[in-house]
Design a protein around this ligand. Structure first.
Ligand code: AHM
Ligand code: MG
Length: 281
């Protein structure tokens, strides 16, 4: 099965990516890093993963947050597109906070609507390396080690929301979004780490919501539809939660371009419904 193979390829690459991070952190510290050194870590992970997807039967296209264009990697005419954010949250490498790899498997060439996603997941480089995979109506978590992966069981969003984390500078939020957050913080606890994968994973574990809203200077927000928003929405919805771009599920989006951005919210249905009620539609 091609989808199994895709996640095997990512799981096989993950220990290698993890092993390459300390040296990139050291570089960041000694060189008193600018954006460029972070970029180097992103490009390195992207090259490593792209190479691994050359000649995977059933995969035709490799797309990544780091590449302007989609890359043809296989001969099949109608194979899957693998869309990756190779090192999401890479600015966390310098401060030794978690980061990860996001994976989306689309059955159409990109750009493509959210409902063309057939499976999605992510690797989290935290205290341990784990991979979460959503497919066939189920989400499972795996422990990823150099000699293979161990199934840690199903992942289901808890019924009650506990934590929240929303990105962007508060003065850049819209008045409506800020009013919504003031309500949320009455009941939930702030936990924001600056790496979407880790911030979403804690929502999967404790319940709650993660989001990166449209900002006054940037109405589309920061996160990219194909590489970040739709795959994470698919994981959270499959785990029993909800997603939104502010007015509808992210899985209903229909982007026009490869690197399009969108306001992104995932979490318990009650919080996402309250968000959609609060924002102008
Ligand atoms: P990246 O793909 O360049 O790492 O950017 C995406 C990351 C997300 O992981 C995270 O949610 C967001 O940027 C954090 O942004 P900010 O630093 O504005 O809080
Ligand atoms: Mg990213």
């Amino acid at each position: 099965m091609t989808v199994d193979r895709i996640f095997d390829v990512v799981a096989d690459a993950a220990p290698e990516i993890r092993a390459g991070l300390p040296e990139r952190r050291a570089k960041a510290e000694t060189e008193n890093v600018s954006g460029e050194t972070q970029l180097e870590a992103d490009l390195w992970a992207d090259d490593l993963l792209c190479e691994r997807f050359e000649d995977v039967a059933g995969v035709t296209w490799y797309a990544s947050e780091e590449r302007d264009e989609v890359e043809r990697v296989g001969d099949d005419e109608d194979g899957y597109t693998v869309a990756l954010d190779p090192l999401d949250g890479s600015s966390n490498v310098k401060s030794n906070n978690p980061c990860g790899t996001v994976v989306g498997v689309y059955d159409e060439p990109l750009p493509a609507p959210g409902d063309s996603l057939v499976a999605a997941g992510f690797v989290l480089y935290g205290p341990t390396t784990t991979m979460v995979v959503a497919r066939d109506g189920e989400v499972r978590e795996y422990l990823v080690e150099a000699d293979g992966r161990t199934d840690l069981g199903p992942v289901e969003l808890p019924d009650d929301p506990v934590v929240y984390g929303f990105g962007g500078r508060v003065p850049e939020w819209t008045d409506e979004f800020e009013a919504f957050v003031r309500d949320v913080e009455e009941d939930l606890k702030l936990r924001y780490g600056g790496a979407m994968i880790a911030d979403v994973n804690q929502v999967l574990v404790y319940g709650g919501a993660f989001g990166y809203p449209g900002l006054q200077s940037r109405p589309g927000g920061k996160l990219r539809v194909h590489f970040e928003s739709v795959p994470m929405a698919y994981v959270v919805e499959t785990a029993g939660g909800a997603s939104s771009d502010g007015s509808k599920s992210l899985l209903e989006c229909d982007p026009d371009s490869l690197h399009e951005r969108t306001p992104t919210f995932v979490g318990n249905e009650s919080v996402i419904e309250a968000l959609e009620d609060a924002l102008p539609n």
